[in-house]
Design a protein around this ligand. Sequence first.
Ligand code: ADP
Ligand code: S3P
Ligand code: MG
Length: 186
Amino acid sequence: MRNFGLSIREKSIVCIGFMGVGKTTVGKLLAQKLYRNFVDIDVEIEKAFAMPIPQIFEVYGEQAFRAKEKELIVKYSQQPLNIISVGGGAFLQKEIQDICMADCIVLFLDISWESWKDRIHILVDNRPLLKGRSLEDMKTLFLERQTIYSLNHSKFQVDNFKAEEAADYLADALKLSWEIHAPQPK
Ligand SMILES: Nc1ncnc2c1ncn2[C@@H]1O[C@H](COP(=O)(O)OP(=O)(O)O)[C@@H](O)[C@H]1O
Ligand SMILES: O=C(O)C1=C[C@@H](OP(=O)(O)O)[C@@H](O)[C@H](O)C1
Ligand SMILES: [Mg+2]
Protein backbone atom coordinates (compact mmCIF):
# COMPACT_ATOMS: atom_id res chain seq x y z
CA MET A 1 0.00 0.00 0.00
CA ARG A 2 1.49 3.40 -0.98
CA ASN A 3 1.13 6.20 1.57
CA PHE A 4 -0.53 8.60 -0.86
CA GLY A 5 -2.46 10.55 1.75
CA LEU A 6 0.33 11.74 4.04
CA SER A 7 0.87 15.45 4.62
CA ILE A 8 4.41 16.83 4.61
CA ARG A 9 4.65 16.80 8.42
CA GLU A 10 3.53 13.16 8.61
CA LYS A 11 5.90 11.81 5.98
CA SER A 12 8.80 9.71 7.13
CA ILE A 13 12.27 11.22 6.85
CA VAL A 14 14.98 9.13 5.19
CA CYS A 15 18.62 9.88 6.01
CA ILE A 16 21.01 9.09 3.17
CA GLY A 17 24.75 9.63 2.71
CA PHE A 18 28.08 7.85 2.66
CA MET A 19 29.07 5.20 5.22
CA GLY A 20 30.08 6.80 8.48
CA VAL A 21 28.68 10.26 7.80
CA GLY A 22 26.43 9.87 10.86
CA LYS A 23 23.06 8.70 9.51
CA THR A 24 22.53 6.31 12.43
CA THR A 25 23.80 8.66 15.13
CA VAL A 26 22.16 11.85 13.89
CA GLY A 27 18.99 10.04 12.78
CA LYS A 28 18.45 8.59 16.25
CA LEU A 29 18.94 11.99 17.92
CA LEU A 30 16.65 13.67 15.41
CA ALA A 31 13.94 11.10 16.12
CA GLN A 32 14.15 11.86 19.84
CA LYS A 33 13.93 15.60 19.21
CA LEU A 34 10.91 15.25 16.92
CA TYR A 35 9.22 12.53 19.03
CA ARG A 36 9.34 10.14 16.08
CA ASN A 37 10.02 6.46 15.74
CA PHE A 38 13.62 5.67 14.73
CA VAL A 39 14.35 2.86 12.29
CA ASP A 40 17.85 1.83 11.30
CA ILE A 41 17.54 -0.35 8.21
CA ASP A 42 20.91 -2.02 8.86
CA VAL A 43 19.71 -3.08 12.31
CA GLU A 44 16.49 -4.45 10.80
CA ILE A 45 18.50 -6.39 8.21
CA GLU A 46 20.70 -7.83 10.97
CA LYS A 47 17.56 -8.90 12.85
CA ALA A 48 16.13 -10.53 9.73
CA PHE A 49 19.28 -12.58 9.10
CA ALA A 50 20.06 -12.96 12.82
CA MET A 51 23.70 -12.03 12.23
CA PRO A 52 25.89 -8.90 11.90
CA ILE A 53 26.32 -7.23 8.50
CA PRO A 54 29.88 -8.41 7.78
CA GLN A 55 28.68 -11.98 8.32
CA ILE A 56 25.61 -11.47 6.08
CA PHE A 57 27.95 -10.38 3.28
CA GLU A 58 30.18 -13.40 3.88
CA VAL A 59 27.47 -16.04 4.21
CA TYR A 60 24.70 -14.82 1.87
CA GLY A 61 26.50 -12.24 -0.30
CA GLU A 62 25.80 -8.61 -1.12
CA GLN A 63 22.87 -9.39 -3.44
CA ALA A 64 20.86 -11.01 -0.65
CA PHE A 65 21.71 -8.06 1.60
CA ARG A 66 20.48 -5.60 -1.07
CA ALA A 67 17.23 -7.53 -1.61
CA LYS A 68 16.41 -7.43 2.12
CA GLU A 69 17.46 -3.77 2.25
CA LYS A 70 14.94 -2.95 -0.48
CA GLU A 71 12.13 -4.96 1.11
CA LEU A 72 12.57 -3.21 4.47
CA ILE A 73 12.94 0.30 3.07
CA VAL A 74 9.76 -0.16 1.03
CA LYS A 75 7.97 -1.26 4.22
CA TYR A 76 9.14 1.54 6.53
CA SER A 77 8.95 4.33 3.93
CA GLN A 78 5.21 3.77 3.68
CA GLN A 79 4.59 4.33 7.39
CA PRO A 80 4.08 7.83 8.79
CA LEU A 81 6.39 9.64 11.23
CA ASN A 82 9.48 7.45 11.02
CA ILE A 83 13.05 8.68 10.90
CA ILE A 84 14.74 6.05 8.76
CA SER A 85 18.51 5.71 8.48
CA VAL A 86 19.38 3.67 5.41
CA GLY A 87 22.78 2.23 4.55
CA GLY A 88 25.10 4.25 2.34
CA GLY A 89 24.45 1.91 -0.60
CA ALA A 90 20.66 1.92 -0.48
CA PHE A 91 20.29 4.56 -3.20
CA LEU A 92 22.21 2.34 -5.63
CA GLN A 93 18.79 0.75 -6.24
CA LYS A 94 16.54 2.90 -8.38
CA GLU A 95 13.34 1.50 -6.88
CA ILE A 96 14.53 2.64 -3.45
CA GLN A 97 15.39 6.10 -4.76
CA ASP A 98 12.00 6.38 -6.45
CA ILE A 99 9.86 5.29 -3.51
CA CYS A 100 11.78 7.41 -0.98
CA MET A 101 11.72 10.50 -3.19
CA ALA A 102 8.00 10.06 -3.89
CA ASP A 103 6.74 9.21 -0.41
CA CYS A 104 9.27 10.56 2.14
CA ILE A 105 11.48 13.53 2.87
CA VAL A 106 15.00 12.54 1.79
CA LEU A 107 17.71 14.19 3.84
CA PHE A 108 21.27 13.92 2.53
CA LEU A 109 23.95 14.13 5.19
CA ASP A 110 27.05 15.28 3.36
CA ILE A 111 30.69 15.27 4.46
CA SER A 112 33.92 16.25 2.74
CA TRP A 113 36.52 13.60 1.95
CA GLU A 114 38.99 15.43 4.26
CA SER A 115 36.67 15.10 7.27
CA TRP A 116 35.53 11.60 6.34
CA LYS A 117 38.99 10.09 6.17
CA ASP A 118 39.61 10.97 9.83
CA ARG A 119 36.84 8.49 10.73
CA ILE A 120 38.13 5.49 8.76
CA HIS A 121 39.65 3.77 11.80
CA ILE A 122 36.26 3.66 13.59
CA LEU A 123 34.39 2.44 10.51
CA VAL A 124 36.42 -0.25 8.88
CA ASP A 125 35.62 -3.22 11.16
CA ASN A 126 31.84 -3.15 10.62
CA ARG A 127 31.75 -2.14 6.96
CA PRO A 128 32.55 -4.99 4.59
CA LEU A 129 32.82 -2.61 1.63
CA LEU A 130 35.71 -0.76 3.29
CA LYS A 131 37.64 -3.78 4.51
CA GLY A 132 40.90 -4.40 2.68
CA ARG A 133 40.54 -1.27 0.52
CA SER A 134 43.41 1.17 0.12
CA LEU A 135 42.86 4.84 0.95
CA GLU A 136 42.86 5.55 -2.78
CA ASP A 137 40.15 2.92 -3.40
CA MET A 138 38.06 4.34 -0.59
CA LYS A 139 38.34 7.80 -2.12
CA THR A 140 37.23 6.42 -5.49
CA LEU A 141 34.17 4.79 -3.87
CA PHE A 142 33.46 7.98 -1.88
CA LEU A 143 33.51 10.11 -5.05
CA GLU A 144 31.54 7.61 -7.15
CA ARG A 145 28.81 7.41 -4.55
CA GLN A 146 28.19 11.19 -4.55
CA THR A 147 26.03 10.93 -7.68
CA ILE A 148 23.44 8.70 -5.95
CA TYR A 149 23.14 11.14 -3.06
CA SER A 150 22.46 14.10 -5.35
CA LEU A 151 18.87 12.88 -5.42
CA ASN A 152 17.45 14.40 -2.22
CA HIS A 153 15.00 16.97 -0.87
CA SER A 154 17.41 18.58 1.53
CA LYS A 155 21.15 18.48 2.22
CA PHE A 156 23.10 19.16 5.39
CA GLN A 157 26.90 19.49 5.53
CA VAL A 158 27.99 17.78 8.77
CA ASP A 159 31.74 18.54 8.72
CA ASN A 160 31.79 21.19 11.44
CA PHE A 161 28.99 19.88 13.62
CA LYS A 162 28.91 17.41 16.44
CA ALA A 163 26.10 14.86 16.01
CA GLU A 164 23.95 16.56 18.67
CA GLU A 165 24.42 19.98 17.05
CA ALA A 166 23.50 18.59 13.63
CA ALA A 167 20.33 17.02 15.04
CA ASP A 168 19.37 20.27 16.81
CA TYR A 169 19.82 22.26 13.62
CA LEU A 170 17.87 19.76 11.53
CA ALA A 171 15.00 19.51 14.03
CA ASP A 172 14.64 23.32 14.06
CA ALA A 173 14.85 23.56 10.26
CA LEU A 174 12.24 20.85 9.78
CA LYS A 175 9.84 22.39 12.31
CA LEU A 176 10.17 25.77 10.59
CA SER A 177 9.48 24.26 7.19
CA TRP A 178 6.40 22.45 8.54
CA GLU A 179 5.09 25.72 9.94
CA ILE A 180 5.60 27.39 6.58
CA HIS A 181 3.79 24.54 4.83
CA ALA A 182 0.98 24.31 7.38
CA PRO A 183 -2.49 24.84 5.90
CA GLN A 184 -3.55 28.45 6.51
CA PRO A 185 -6.90 29.11 8.26
CA LYS A 186 -9.50 30.49 5.84
N1 ADP B 1 28.88 14.74 13.61
C1 ADP B 1 29.75 13.80 14.00
N2 ADP B 1 30.97 14.16 14.43
C2 ADP B 1 31.87 13.24 14.81
N3 ADP B 1 31.67 11.90 14.79
C3 ADP B 1 30.47 11.48 14.39
C4 ADP B 1 29.44 12.39 13.96
N4 ADP B 1 28.36 11.67 13.59
C5 ADP B 1 28.70 10.37 13.77
N5 ADP B 1 29.95 10.26 14.25
C6 ADP B 1 30.67 9.01 14.56
O1 ADP B 1 31.00 8.41 13.31
C7 ADP B 1 30.81 7.00 13.37
C8 ADP B 1 29.84 6.57 12.29
O2 ADP B 1 28.56 7.10 12.59
P1 ADP B 1 27.23 6.39 12.12
O3 ADP B 1 26.11 7.16 12.71
O4 ADP B 1 27.29 4.93 12.39
O5 ADP B 1 27.30 6.63 10.55
P2 ADP B 1 26.45 5.99 9.37
O6 ADP B 1 25.19 5.45 9.96
O7 ADP B 1 26.23 7.11 8.42
O8 ADP B 1 27.31 4.93 8.80
C9 ADP B 1 30.32 6.69 14.80
O9 ADP B 1 31.43 6.27 15.56
C10 ADP B 1 29.78 8.01 15.29
O10 ADP B 1 29.92 8.15 16.70
O1 S3P C 1 27.48 1.92 1.67
C1 S3P C 1 27.15 0.70 1.71
O2 S3P C 1 27.03 0.02 0.67
C2 S3P C 1 26.86 0.09 3.04
C3 S3P C 1 26.69 0.90 4.14
C4 S3P C 1 26.44 0.39 5.48
O3 S3P C 1 25.64 1.28 6.23
P1 S3P C 1 26.16 2.72 6.78
O4 S3P C 1 26.07 3.69 5.65
O5 S3P C 1 25.22 3.05 7.89
O6 S3P C 1 27.54 2.52 7.26
C5 S3P C 1 25.78 -0.98 5.41
O7 S3P C 1 24.46 -0.84 4.89
C6 S3P C 1 26.56 -1.92 4.54
O8 S3P C 1 27.82 -2.13 5.15
C7 S3P C 1 26.73 -1.40 3.12
MG1 MG D 1 24.31 3.49 9.88
